[in-house]
Design a protein around this ligand. Sequence first.
Ligand code: DQA
Length: 143
Amino acid sequence: MRILIINGPNLNLLGLREPEIYGKQSYTELLDFLNQCGKALDLELEFFQSNHEGAIVDAIQEAYGKADGIVINPAAYTHSSIAILDALKAVALPAVEVHLSDIQTRERFRQHSYISLACLATISGKGFDSYREALIFLKDHLN
Ligand code: DQA
């Protein structure tokens, strides 16, 4: 099973960026954690991170026919991007939305997600574990 994990803007700055909200671990540590999850769950993982909306749309389009599912943390684009929503709808791959922080208990503008309209589930507020739970959810779904 091939899963594409997409991370949006500023997630490359994990560790440095508002550690009280997003934790002290770096993006590289997130990838190490996910590689361990991938091995434990017997999943083939591919990673993509970009600070650019169009590049994320391209990555979703390119996943068509290659990936079996998508885990996506669209970061700030969660709350604004109809283009990413439409790309997910277009390829119609099973997708799970994740967030490190609990977007429902933060500022009002973070409480709405366009992306959730194209996702099977949203897992939020569990730090790195949000991604692990999303992988387990997708694996169960695909089985
Ligand atoms: C985030 C939450 C978003 O509101 C924010 O813009 C991010 C990260 C999270 O993982 O908690 O960049 O997606």
